[in-house]
Ligand binder design. Structure first.
Ligand SMILES: [Zn+2]
Length: 188
């Protein structure tokens, strides 16, 4: 086993020696970083491949969030790797929530979900049960909110929008923007 530390969560633990975690920090483009990492490990990085991996290139291009990339390593001895990276967000609460959200994805995939639940819920058995029952995206959001509360950071109202709604709002915004660009082109 070897030590692991999640900076935004303030969560220290240990993972097996053949598990790997890389916090790549702030990046300008989530899609460029994803393609770069896939190329580095000898994987295709074109849009078709991304979509087969359930990664949406258009969503990753929106540029206002973070991403967690996870692979199982060959040969298949249970080895796995998590990378996280995120856009810099000007608002402190949105920034730390974003980072904690991605760290939580990695913690879940590296076998640390139950330990993180214990850390968040402490002795509160009912809360533990609720956290255990959440889908991963919702749990990541809850972990983000827990960090905001623990650090006594004033939450930006946007933080209370659930993950799926946030993504839909961002997609809607992008579509409206593209339509406006198209209309502008048609007028000029
Ligand atoms: Zn997520």
């Amino acid at each position: 086993m070897k030590p692991i530390y999640f900076k935004a969560l303030g969560f220290a633990s240990a993972i097996p020696d053949n598990y790997f975690f890389h916090d790549c920090g702030y990046v300008k483009s989530l899609i460029d970083q994803t393609r770069k990492l896939l190329s580095e490990i000898g994987q295709p990085s074109d849009n078709d491949f991304l979509m087969r991996c359930n990664i949406s290139p258009s969503r990753l291009s929106l540029g206002n969030g973070g991403f967690h990339l996870h692979t199982l390593n060959f040969p298949t001895t249970g080895s796995r790797t998590s990378w996280i990276y995120y856009n810099p967000l000007a608002n402190l609460s949105l920034d730390i929530h974003n980072r904690a959200h991605e760290e939580t994805h990695a913690a879940c995939r590296l076998g640390l979900k139950e330990q993180l639940i214990e850390k968040i819920a402490q002795e509160d058995i009912a809360r533990k049960q609720v956290l255990r029952g959440l889908a991963e995206e919702d749990f990541c959001d809850q972990a983000g909110l827990w960090v905001i509360k623990t650090k006594q950071i004033e939450p930006n109202p946007g933080i209370f929008i659930s993950y799926n709604d946030r993504i839909q709002l961002a997609v809607d915004r992008q579509v409206r923007y593209q339509e406006a660009q198209k209309n502008r082109g048609a007028i000029s």
